[in-house]
Write a protein that binds this ligand. Structure first.
Ligand code: GTQ
Ligand code: FE2
Length: 351
């Protein structure tokens, strides 16, 4: 009862404003900042240094166990422009997850979709609806919406990876559901090749005759291996003769994005090269895999090291420069903007 009450020196108008508030109505003629000429973006360009993420992940590993209920040892990147919301950008959750030797993060599922980009190590398996996906540095692993997933470390070294979820989008749509997995522990399988890769991971254009084309909204291939990504980057760089190239991870059956809400890309920049400066609608999270250089985002610059996570807010001009050869993974909400007819991109003049 009673929303924001506007006031005015004119008595009749002031009484109108009182009655509007009483009826939970607001006059558009007094509202500002709704239809802005350009996106009015609260998120700020930002970098979380990889060294800090690693050190704090390790400290959490020493102090915080993984128990039923807690389930995940995760540090969420919080954009300082978002008033304490645990989101890297308004549409994406980005976090580092740390799992020690022998540890198990038990099964659950949720409607927000997740992906993992592995920063270092190997020896962890993620089971997606029971299919065991090995995780190693440079791999991209998908856990699509409402698939059960659990992580177990079968090796003897800790592992660290980046999680990205479309949680803020699903939350904005009031469509978050969550469910714990069965409480009996399932077999901690460590198959060298997942079923998903047996069927869909043999290489470009080689699909099972029974490939499902219709039902799933996500790629049936759930693991994209670094060796394949690395080779594709080198070949496409050679083909173009440029000093930078970006590949898009795609659903092998349809050529679309890997999941309906998130686009995944990997950019390679040769030493001394630079990506074109652009601004785009929608938000992006970058994660430095290898190399060094500089990120320029919305007028700010950061030196880059492996493990750094960066936020690129909507419509901020951005580009990357390489010192040593630079490999940067990125996730954006571009499929959502494209589906809604809201995608815009233009070259940005920054020099
Ligand atoms: O690994 O299942 O960063 O459920 C946030 C929520 C990771 C996970 C996150 C999750 C997970
Ligand atoms: Fe999860």
């Amino acid at each position: 009862m009673g929303t924001l009450r506007f006031s005015d020196d004119d008595t009749d108008l002031d009484l109108l404003y009182a009655d509007l508030a009483e009826q939970d109505l607001q006059p558009l003629w007094r509202l500002q900042g709704l239809l802005t000429r350009q996106p009015r973006v609260r998120a700020v360009p930002y970098r979380w240094p990889g060294k800090q993420l690693r050190a704090l992940g390790e400290r959490s590993g020493r102090l915080v166990g993984i128990d039923r209920g807690g389930d995940r040892r995760v540090l969420a990147c919080c954009n300082p422009g978002l008033d304490g919301a645990p989101y890297a950008v308004p549409t994406l959750w980005a976090a580092v997850q740390y799992l020690g030797p022998g540890e198990l993060a038990p099964a659950h599922r949720h409607t927000p979709a997740a992906l993992r980009f592995i920063l270092e190590g190997s020896g962890v398996w993620t089971l997606v609806d029971g299919d065991p996906l090995a995780m190693a540095a440079g791999d991209l692993i998908l856990t699509p919406s409402w698939t059960f997933h659990e992580h177990h470390n079968a090796g003897n070294t800790p592992m660290l990876w980046m999680d990205v979820l479309d949680l803020p989008v699903v939350a904005a749509l009031d469509a978050v559901f969550f469910e714990e997995g069965p409480s009996e522990e399932v077999e901690r399988r460590t198959d060298p090749v997942s079923r998903s890769e047996q069927w869909y991971g043999s290489g470009a254009g080689l699909l099972p005759r029974s490939a499902q084309r219709s039902a799933p909204r996500h790629s049936p291939l759930l693991a994209y291996r670094w060796a394949d990504t690395d080779r594709a980057l080198d070949r496409q760089l050679e083909a173009t003769g440029e000093r930078t190239v970006t590949i898009v991870y795609s659903d092998p059956t349809r050529g679309t994005d890997v999941m309906p809400t998130m686009r995944c890309e990997m950019t390679r920049v040769r030493p001394g090269g630079s990506t074109p400066a652009v601004r785009q609608t929608g938000s992006r999270v970058l994660c430095v895999f290898r190399g060094s250089g500089t990120a320029h985002i919305g007028g700010q610059s950061w030196p880059l090291e492996p493990g750094d996570i960066l936020a690129v807010p909507s419509w901020a001009a951005w580009h990357l420069e390489a010192d040593e050869q630079l490999d940067v993974f990125s996730t954006s909400d571009a499929p959502v903007l494209e589906a809604l007819g809201l995608w815009r991109e233009e070259p940005a003049d920054v020099r």
